[in-house]
Design a binder for this molecule. Sequence first.
Ligand code: G4P
Length: 283
Amino acid sequence: MSINWFPGHMAKARREVEENLKKVDVVIEILDARIPHSSHNPMLDEITQHKPRVVVLNKVDMADRKETDAWMARFKSEGKYPVALDGRNNHIIKKIEPLAVRATAEIFERMEKKGIGRRAIRAMIIGIPNVGKSTVINNIAKKKIAKTGNTPGVTKQQQWIKAGEQMELLDTPGILWPKFEDEITGRKLSLTGAIKDAVVPLDEVAIYGIEFLLAHDPERFNQFYNINVSPSDEIVDVFDAIGKSRGLKAGGNEINYEAVTNRIIYDIRNGKIGGYTFDKADA
Ligand code: G4P
């Protein structure tokens, strides 16, 4: 589910996240491992201030493993606690909890010195729509938490859920909006399904995807579609080749370009062609 973000929505979402931040010791930010930069809203850095951060590179099954490693190293060097995972897998809490413990060690040491008794680590999950926040929360809770949708301002009674041995998690995620820094960011957000409606023209999204995949691994791309194109070919020829190979025709022998566009986006969005990371860690 996605919504159109307006200044009112954004202000409300920010307020909600800020309110909830006061209740927690550590923030668990969920990013899409394919676009760790584009799925991050930099406002989070501003509003979390010095709160420790666990960064979940989610959907790692659809990302490029080497790039994920590079992103892990980058986040570590920034003092964050990263982990790469597939939010649908069981036992993800075993990966997340130790990081939250390490991230909050200093806070609890200070509390202990002041004679404050040990309590559970309090955490909340934050991220833009469709990165997998509900998947992760439901998986940790081992049940389906009532979904409010990606709409800020839809209030429900918040509850703490037990997360592992030492942690409690707010059952409602903090929802931030995707930040459109530029056209390319918009295309990456669309290509990975962070934004699903046609906020960005779909033909531009498909062309961006083709160019990226062809530049990175033309052989894999050609093999997947059973075609023979090269990065220097005209983009219309690539559409024609895929249309022919997949039998995506309009009436007669004409290629149905809309169908080709949708097919390419579907294949990339769902990781059918393989694992790709569209944001480079060393950029
Ligand atoms: P959100 O709360 O952040 O908005 O995201 P949500 O959990 O609803 O997840 C969005 C989609 O991503 C879901 O697909 C979910 O199954 C999928 N997903 C979450 N984590 C992972 C992961 O690690 N790997 C893969 N491959 N997929 C993941 P969906 O239920 O099919 O919904 P839709 O995308 O068809 O709407």
